[in-house]
Write a protein that binds this ligand. Structure first.
Ligand code: ZN
Length: 160
């Protein structure tokens, strides 16, 4: 069957950046399984999946607006080290939860400079074009229960 809304789709993927560097891949793991039309994968990939079927291999480039969003410069800030009370050893790469304009956001420490901590509240892949190599391994109809729950049950999905 072809992928359309309410299909349960399993696929392998390799995600690379503009320089061909692999960011993430399902290689050596179970395929990723999701419910088409439920927003569980980035919008640009979900729309590219429509119409494909098991066995299909294809590449898709997803712009930031259809991926993890554009980069918001206002989410890149410097805060005094004293703002991290109770954290003994702040290191680049550490993640904290903070308050952003639209609620709680995850911020990543990018740099330490004297008493200043540079933080970035953007998604690590914000502003990047995503290059996916996709291989569809299975497509099936979702069960009534899966549609009611809005997620996949069984292998690769919820176990309850
Ligand atoms: Zn469920």
């Amino acid at each position: 069957m072809q992928i359309a809304d309410h299909a349960v789709v399993s696929f392998h993927y390799t995600l690379t950046d503009d320089h061909g560097q692999v960011i993430d891949s399902s290689e050596g793991r179970e395929p990723l399984t999701y419910l088409q039309g439920s927003g569980q994968i980035v919008p640009g990939l979900e729309s590219a999946m429509a119409g494909h079927q098991a066995g299909d291999k294809f590449n898709v480039d997803v712009k930031p607006e259809e991926g993890y969003g554009v980069h918001h410069p206002e989410l890149v800030q410097q805060v005094p080290r004293a703002a991290f009370q109770g954290v003994a050893d702040i290191q680049p790469g550490m993640q904290f939860q903070g308050n952003g304009p639209q609620g709680v956001i995850n911020v990543t420490v990018t740099k330490l400079e004297g008493d200043q901590v540079h933080i970035d509240g953007n998604h690590p892949l914000a502003g990047q074009t995503l290059h996916f190599a996709i291989e569809i391994t299975e497509v099936r109809e979702a069960s009534a229960e899966e549609l009611a729950h809005g997620h996949v049950h069984g292998p690769g999905g919820h176990d309850h």
